[in-house]
Design a protein around this ligand. Structure first.
Ligand code: HEC
Length: 94
């Protein structure tokens, strides 16, 4: 029984170690030049379905997309430049 307990504790420690290493490496991605070079469609597909299904570009008029962009910028925590690129893509793809 003691052997089993030790094995259990060691595996638990290993699982904790590996999951924290994974979490750390996921969180430590610094924004790179590659991010600044991303297109509107790319930013849209990466950001706008994290919380809900992405509404199709045809859903709203260009004016409404401007407003949605400002609203969702505060939700998605994206930069002004990223929001501009996404809104331009949405308006152009209607
Ligand atoms: C962090 C989560 C999150 C992200 C990321 C996000 N949204 Fe939203 N979105 C919401 C929530 C929550 C609502 C419901 C309205 C509210 O509570 O603000 C919403 C509502 C909407 C609506 C309904 C109209 C409105 O303005 O309320 C549209 C359209 C929309 N989102 C588009 C987008 C687009 C485009 C992006 C990418 C730039 C985006 N969302 C990214 C959370 C998010």
């Amino acid at each position: 029984m003691k052997k089993f307990n030790l094995l259990y504790k060691v595996s638990f420690a290993l699982i904790l170690l590996f999951s924290s290493v994974t979490l750390f490496s996921l969180n430590s991605c610094a924004p790179s030049k590659a991010v600044a070079a991303k297109s509107g469609v790319q930013l849209w597909s990466e950001n706008c379905q994290r919380c809900h299904n992405t509404p199709s570009p045809a859903t709203f008029s260009p004016e409404i997309w401007e407003t949605v962009g400002l609203h969702m910028q505060t939700r998605a925590l994206i930069t002004d430049k990223e929001r501009e690129k996404i809104v331009e893509f949405l308006k152009a793809s209607r």
